[in-house]
Design a protein around this ligand. Structure first.
Ligand code: PLP
Length: 368
């Protein structure tokens, strides 16, 4: 039986009637840029995360970029982050004229190894940008303590981790700001690109509202150079239908993960995802690691089972970031992970039979 890595059409089918209705309302209203639908979704998102404010923007990339700017990141500053993440994390630091300073990951969680942050701080360090990779929160208590000690801002990359928690507090609500993505494969996906920032600072929220709208506080009056980065009213309307179902979606991801755990627990050749006691993993990805990663990827493909490698080349080894001066060997835990990780299908609407098919095909591979 073929198993697709991801299929958004199943989720969309379940909410189709509500989505058609809300899209129709937007079309009838003629209000496509900002307005009531965007404001309503921003309130909903802030309430869900427990943050005081939320601002919708055009993508997760823009969410991180504008959050960095609003937190005062300037040319010449250094920002600590992970090399084992999507390009947008580091790219946005570069957009600000600042320098990404990488810290290796914890091989169990794939998130920043907090014990290695302090040795990378310099007089230029202004912020930490932790990434809640695969939907698992970083150790935010330790990161916040370090930030307080060294007077650093914290901008969380929550793109993959809507709904993740650390010590019962949602991601996006720990640092000075959190950037979310609504790319269709995320825990809360829209019908294209979309993003949002959460923050507990009114000043930060207001600054981001100015930045997303060409630097304008008053129509056709520009105080600063800004951007065109607004969350579309249509996307906000769709997200407002889906957000009340997020816990249901996350429960399904967790149930799917527990089926994998049961079926794969005795496969000694692979390591299954690890969740620290204080964290809630949202399983945006179910990422295993194994020595024969490329061989298993090929075998699954032959059997029509989708799997993905997030990420095959860490950021410190990317051509675009060569000017940072990193080289192979700089981050051993990251480099081991890039050779061994494999993400299996985990999306909420996957059936138990499909998960069994994936697991039995993996076992077949090891029996060969
Ligand atoms: C960790 C991480 N950060 C940032 C982003 C950027 O989000 P977007 O694609 O919405 O710009 C992504 C998107 O996949 C991501 O995975």
């Amino acid at each position: 039986m073929p198993v697709q890595f991801f299929d958004i059409t199943r989720q969309n089918k379940e909410v189709r009637a509500e989505i058609d209705k809300t899209i129709s309302e937007v079309v009838t209203s003629g209000r496509f840029i900002l307005g009531g639908k965007v404001e309503a979704f921003e309130k909903q998102l802030a309430a869900y995360c427990g943050a005081k404010h939320s601002v919708g923007v055009a993508s997760g990339t823009d969410a991180i970029h504008l959050a960095l700017l609003a937190c005062g990141i300037k040319p010449g500053d250094e920002v600590i982050t992970s090399p084992f993440t999507f390009m947008a994390t580091a790219e946005t630091i570069v957009y600000c004229g600042a320098k990404p300073v990488f810290v290796d990951i914890d091989p169990q969680t794939f998130n920043l190894d907090v014990s290695k942050i302090e040795e990378k701080l310099s007089g230029k360090t202004k912020a930490i940008l932790p990434v809640h990779l695969y939907g698992l929160s970083c150790e935010m208590d330790k990161i916040m303590a370090l930030a307080k000690k060294h007077n650093l801002k914290v901008i969380e990359d929550c793109a993959q981790a809507m709904g993740a928690k650390y010590q019962d507090k949602y991601v996006g609500n720990w640092g000075d700001a959190g950037g979310f993505s609504f790319f269709p494969t995320t825990n809360l996906g829209c019908f294209g690109d979309g993003g949002a920032i959460t923050t507990n600072s009114q000043a930060t929220a207001e600054e981001i509202k100015v930045l997303r709208n060409h630097g304008s506080r008053k129509t056709y009056h520009y105080d600063i150079i800004g951007y065109n980065s607004r969350l579309d009213a249509l996307q906000a309307a769709i997200l407002s239908v889906k957000l009340p179902k997020i816990e249901e979606y996350l429960d399904k991801r967790t149930q799917n993960a527990s089926i994998y755990f049961t079926l794969l627990k005795d496969s000694s050749e692979i390591s299954l995802p690890y969740t620290p006691a204080q964290a809630r993993h949202t399983y945006n990805q179910f990422t295993i690691r194994l020595k024969k990663r490329n061989e298993l990827f090929g075998f699954l493909k032959e059997k029509n089972i989708g799997s993905m490698v997030y990420y095959p080349l860490a950021l410190h080894l990317q051509k675009a970031l060569e000017p940072l001066g990193y080289k192979k060997g700089d981050f051993p835990a990251t480099e081991a992970a890039q050779a061994e990780v494999l993400s299996l299908p985990i999306y909420p609407e996957l059936t138990p039979q499909e998960i069994e098919e994936v697991a039995s095909t993996i076992k077949e591979f090891f029996k060969k």
